[in-house]
Design a protein around this ligand. Structure first.
Ligand SMILES: [Zn+2]
Length: 236
């Protein structure tokens, strides 16, 4: 083998190792976790009115998009939105989208209303545990129960983090964690929570939610919670 051929062989080898190395480098950078952000309502269904021109659908969309903006540069977390504009999306399609994105966490965003004008603050809902399920203890049911329990535990773990972070935005306005049979959280095979971000029927909360700065702070608090949730789950 002459020197030229040897050089060519070495060059080829270096390129091959380079490409192979780059491949594993890029796969290491690929997102490890996926979070599905679900801005509630949209299109025909605008939810609660916060002012003549601003609806719940618009506020939660703006917060959802900000969360995406904050988390997107963090390569380890992929953010997917159930809607990124003002359109109607059926509840079943929201859940289907989360399922097909293989999301590791589902966060639905809403604004509360009612219970008089004095009620204020935020609530975090996770799916209520259905104790009537899988009464027959077949091995399949036992496995399903284990997955369900794990999802429930993780939903509660995330709820606790998000409750703590949101208390910095809504000071002394936490209304607690609630397990409830919320439609968007039922039959979804991943940890899932629904956050009610203050009351549109309360002047203080309504004013806050209409402020861009508060929306930004809510998005920051939720993004920080998502990061903490994933980093305490493993290898972030
Ligand atoms: Zn709503």
């Amino acid at each position: 083998m002459n020197r030229e051929k040897l050089l060519l062989l070495w060059t080829g080898l270096v390129i091959f190792i380079g490409l192979f190395g780059m491949g594993s480098f890029f796969s290491a950078w690929a997102a490890e976790y996926c979070v599905m952000i679900d801005p509630g309502h949209g299109g025909q269904e605008q939810g609660i009115e916060l002012s003549r021109s601003v609806t719940e659908a618009a506020v939660v969309l703006s917060i959802g998009k900000r969360i995406e903006e904050i988390l997107s540069p963090k390569k380890a977390i992929k953010v997917v939105l159930t809607r990124s504009d003002d359109r109607s999306v059926a509840v079943k399609d929201r859940k289907k989208a989360a399922q097909s994105a293989k999301a590791d966490l589902y966060v639905s965003l809403h604004v509360n209303a009612g219970f008089g004008t004095k009620s204020l603050g935020y609530e975090v809902y996770f799916r209520g545990f259905d104790s009537t399920k899988s009464e027959k203890h077949t091995s399949k049911n036992v496995v399903n129960d284990m997955i369900e329990t794990r999802c429930l535990n993780d939903s509660i773990r995330f709820s606790n983090i998000v409750q703590r972070e949101l208390s910095k935005v809504f000071v002394r306005q936490g209304r607690g964690l609630r397990g409830a049979p919320v439609a968007v959280l039922q039959d979804i095979e991943m940890p899932a929570v629904l956050i009610e971000l203050g009351f549109a029927t309360n002047v203080k909360n309504r004013t806050m939610l209409l402020e861009k700065d508060t929306q930004k702070n809510i998005a920051k608090a939720i993004s920080k919670s998502i990061e903490e949730y994933f980093s305490s789950a493993g290898s972030l």
